[in-house]
Design a protein around this ligand. Structure first.
Ligand code: HMG
Length: 387
């Protein structure tokens, strides 16, 4: 039985900062951000968008195309959680009117969270082939104003429907995992912004990529040229470019050209959204599917990395007719319709979003009709509403 990704929903908030504006404000050469980091824009979440609302919005993108009564599992992967006890997935389940019999919870291991959820969903569907699973990755990457990590911030969510006989990507059995207890990036409970050993984190990422990619090829007895595309967790696109260069350095020209072209296609969304932690790898997948014509059954290699650190390499095959189930125009509109903030406006929005929310304080949202948002706290309970 084939099991994999049947639907992909994407959401990013309606505000962004342009990297050239940010470079000017920070006294940097714009090419450092555009070429050195590889980012053009970054989405900004105001105080009315959080992990929960973004996760609802991503899932809404495909909800009317699925049978809700078949959803037996809902997992929410995030490192931007809104509660220490209650799972973000329960807010989503309630907003989307999923049935009470659904098994639902939240998972965490930095950016690896959505991969953890996806693999659990694959196993669930294998045991319950007549049921489906929704897995969501939703995050706001915050390093702080005027920090080196500032240019690698972002906000957004990806939601995946996992089922048997999927219509987008069929996942292959097997994976190679590698973990070590290290301090490259972390966020203590009392800190709203991440702590990071930036240069070290970029090296560990590459080291874990090499380890897991080599181990996976050996396990499967495959070589680099067997892959139609390699895609990566993209904290910023230059990081993926470095991993891709490692992957192709000793390859023939045809393989080098193909894997360079597919990488270009896979980074398009990330360049405009920024890091969305758990969902970043799956935004690369969506970007590849939208910006490149893949033959049916093309083999895609996926590299997932979560700081702390845990990495996994796995693969899937593209399903014939996959283009019918994605929505490139709708996703482009989501990006094009965002409001461009000045750096001053972004700094204000950033600071406001970190302020504690007083009890019984209500927010309104300037999002489009139908978008869900965090509407404030009533009797200590978070409220979510639809515009
Ligand atoms: P930095 O120190 O400001 O930048 O921080 P830099 O000096 O290293 O420069 C960056 C690049 O720009 C360099 O290229 C420069 O040469 C180049 P490289 O040597 O890397 O090829 N450059 C220029 N290029 C063209 N024209 C110019 C120019 N000037 C310089 N004029 C850093 C960069 C990434 C460290 C910082 O932004 C940071 O700390 N970011 C956050 C950490 C991060 O994203 N780490 C990635 C790996 S860890 C990960 O992926 C997990 C994560 O997603 C979290 C999770 O798992 O939850 C982060």
């Amino acid at each position: 039985m084939r099991i994999g990704i049947d639907q992909i929903g994407f959401y990013t908030p309606n505000k962004y900062v342009d990297m050239v504006d940010l470079a000017h404000a920070r006294g940097e050469d714009p090419n450092k951000f555009l070429i050195g980091i590889g980012q053009r824009q970054m989405s900004v979440a105001d105080k009315t968008q959080d992990a929960v609302s973004m996760g609802i919005n991503a899932t809404l993108r495909y909800l009317d195309q699925i049978d809700k009564d078949k959803v037996g599992l809902l997992i929410f992967g995030t490192e931007s959680s809104v509660d220490q006890s209650k799972s973000a997935s329960l807010f989503v389940k309630s907003a989307l009117h999923l049935r009470p019999e659904v098994r639902t919870f939240e998972v965490k291991e930095a950016c690896f969270g959505l991969t953890a959820a996806l693999m659990t969903a694959r196993d669930f569907v294998r045991v319950h082939p007549d049921q489906t699973a929704i897995v969501i990755g939703s995050d706001i990457a915050r390093y702080g104003v005027k920090t080196p990590g500032e240019v690698t911030q972002g906000a957004g969510s990806i939601s995946l429907l996992v089922k048997s006989e999927p219509r987008i990507l069929s996942l292959n059995d097997g994976h190679s995992a590698y973990s070590e207890d290290i301090n490259d990036f972390w966020r203590p409970n009392d800190s709203a912004v991440a702590k990071v050993d930036g240069k070290y984190s970029t090296q560990v990422y590459l080291d874990f990529f090499k380890k897991t990619f080599d181990a996976y090829k050996e396990q499967k007895d495959w070589s680099t040229r067997d892959f139609s595309a390699l895609i990566y967790h993209l904290p910023f696109t230059k990081q993926g470019l470095k991993a891709n260069r490692l992957a192709i350095e000793d390859q023939d020209d045809v393989t080098k050209d193909r894997l360079s072209e597919t990488f270009e296609a896979s980074k398009q969304l990330s360049m405009r959204v920024g890091n969305i932690y758990t969902a970043s790898l799956y935004m690369s997948l969506l970007s590849l599917l939208e910006n490149y014509d893949l033959e049916p059954n093309s083999l895609i290699g996926l590299f997932s990395y979560g700081s702390g650190a845990m990495a996994e390499f796995f693969s899937g095959n593209v399903v014939d007719g996959y283009k019918e189930w994605i929505n490139p125009k709708g996703d482009a509109a989501l990006l094009d319709d965002r409001q461009r903030l000045t750096v001053e406006e972004y700094e204000k929005v950033f600071t406001e979003a970190l302020e504690p929310v007083a009890n019984n304080r209500e927010f309104t949202s300037d999002e489009r009709q139908g978008v869900w948002y965090f509407a404030g706290v009533k009797n200590d309970i978070r409220q979510y509403r639809q515009v």
